[in-house]
Design a protein around this ligand. Structure first.
Ligand SMILES: NC(=O)C1=CN([C@@H]2O[C@H](COP(=O)(O)OP(=O)(O)OC[C@H]3O[C@@H](n4cnc5c(N)ncnc54)[C@H](O)[C@@H]3O)[C@@H](O)[C@H]2O)C=CC1
Ligand SMILES: O=C(O)CCC(=O)C(=O)O
Length: 409
């Protein structure tokens, strides 16, 4: 159990994977200067060492925050994923340790949608193949296999932030938009929800995946699904590498049942830009292969830096967990002339009663109390008169079921 109550310059922050400088600037603007900035991800063994005295860590999609790493991170208070996906973090293990995890749910979505739109146009025209041939000195001037996007059907799997934006853009160039989602969704523009995946695959000239990595989306597109896609259609995956069975896709491309594909994410991705990229798809001229850069634009990275660093600073400054992905969400007002204590505990009956009784016994007046729980943990924030803060922390720390207790101010 930790009881962090530190001056801001003692709060140690490790930023990995070259997150945008806007993150550093945002943290500094909020008074956090003890920042270790690393341009790459770190292998587990090095991360275990580097993270041991760190209070906040920031990462992108390459860094694996496993239970082993979290075990070594005895002082860690929160994690900032400077991206949308949080599958690189063991969220449950973090929660069990009272570590809140934040991400940037929107900031790079436009960038992904734009990239996919560009890929749709290029693939429908057969450009990747013509481009590859021209680089080899060959000249394929022909309209064969070259189509306009206008009037074609785009099937979107996962109609969330990215899927909806892509749908609107695609309609603007005259495509018909259909989508499949496990939830009932509000259709934007003229898009139509289709009742099952098979129907979507059968109807679409281009299929684009925008689902999260979950047990249900693992190999969502495999041999059976590729077999029902229209002959000559196109598959795009800029979601997660686990969603498409790459060997099955390679087979479909070999058999020419698909006319092309664009893949940005892979089951195994190189850990650094120095590592070789290995994939059965490398052999195909009609496949656009990109190194997981769907969200990698200056605009997206800058805005992610501000957003996630801002969330870390806010959690550190006032305890707000709004938009945390693994934690009960508590929105908190600014604190003036009082002390604020945070208590993270196992969600079992009687914890709040214990806290309130202990405070009453010691004459600690509770100026404000905020509580949210989920199935596993409870998060209670208590404002008290500053004279009582040390006693209050001692009492909070002694409560049965405490995971963490700390004073913010
Ligand atoms: N290539 C890249 O650089 C990037 C990739 N991503 C990936 O894109 C994914 C989607 O991003 P957003 O649109 O922002 O997420 P989102 O959460 O807004 O939308 C996801 C949609 O997928 C639906 N869904 C979930 N499971 C499904 C299933 N089994 N079948 C059909 N639909 C299902 C959800 O109901 C939701 O509507 C992210 O989870 C992330 O993994 C996100 C940003 C950048
Ligand atoms: O930019 C990155 O490192 C990962 C982007 C991504 O896949 C995400 O935001 O989920």
């Amino acid at each position: 159990m930790s009881k962090v109550s530190l001056a801001k310059d003692k709060i140690k922050i490790l930023l990995l994977e070259g997150v945008h400088q806007s993150a550093v600037e945002t943290l500094k603007r909020n008074g956090y200067s003890n920042i270790d900035y690393v341009k790459t991800s770190l292998p587990e063994s090095e991360l275990v060492e580097r993270i041991s005295d760190v209070h906040f860590v920031g990462l992108r999609s390459r860094t694996q925050l496993t239970e082993k790493v979290l075990d070594a991170a005895q002082k860690l208070v929160a994690v900032g994923c400077f991206c949308i996906g949080t599958n690189q973090v063991d969220l449950d293990a973090a929660k069990r340790r009272g570590i809140a995890v934040f991400n940037a749910p929107f900031s790079n979505t436009r960038s992904v949608a734009e990239l996919v739109l560009g890929e749709i146009l290029l693939l429908l025209r057969g450009i990747p193949k013509r481009n590859a041939m021209a680089h080899r000195g060959q000249w394929l001037k022909s309209a064969e296999g070259s189509f306009e996007a206008r009037g074609k059907t785009l099937g979107i799997i996962g109609y969330g932030h990215i899927g909806t934006q892509l749908g609107i853009m695609a309609e603007n160039i005259g495509m018909q938009v259909r989508y499949y989602d496990i939830e009932d969704k509000l259709s934007l523009g003229n898009a139509q929800q289709v009742e099952n995946l098979t129907k979507l695959l059968q109807q679409s000239d281009v299929v684009s995946l925008h689902v999260p990595e979950t047990p249900q989306t693992k190999n969502l597109i495999g041999t059976a699904e590729l077999a029902v896609m229209k002959k000559g259609s196109i598959l795009i995956n800029a979601s997660r590498g686990t969603v498409v069975d790459i060997d099955a896709l390679a087979e479909a491309l070999e058999e020419r049942s698909l006319s092309g594909a664009a893949i940005d994410v892979f089951p195994v991705e190189p850990k650094s830009n120095d590592e070789e990229f290995v994939s059965p798809l490398r052999q195909f001229d009609n496949v656009i292969l990109t190194p997981h850069v769907g969200g990698s634009t200056q605009e997206a990275q800058e805005s992610i830096g501000v957003e996630v660093a801002g969330k870390l600073a806010k959690y550190s400054d006032n305890g707000s967990t709004m938009t945390a992905v693994n934690f009960p969400e508590v929105a908190l007002p600014e604190l003036a002339n009082r002390s604020r204590l945070l208590h993270i505990h196992q969600n079992r009956p009687g914890v709040l009663t214990q806290i309130n009784q202990a405070f009453a016994q010691h004459g600690i007046n509770i100026a404000a109390q905020y509580l949210q729980t989920d199935d596993n943990i409870g998060y209670v924030v208590i404002d008290v008169d500053s004279d009582h803060s040390e006693v209050a922390l001692k009492e909070l720390s002694a409560v049965d079921g405490t995971i963490r207790a700390r004073i913010l101010h």
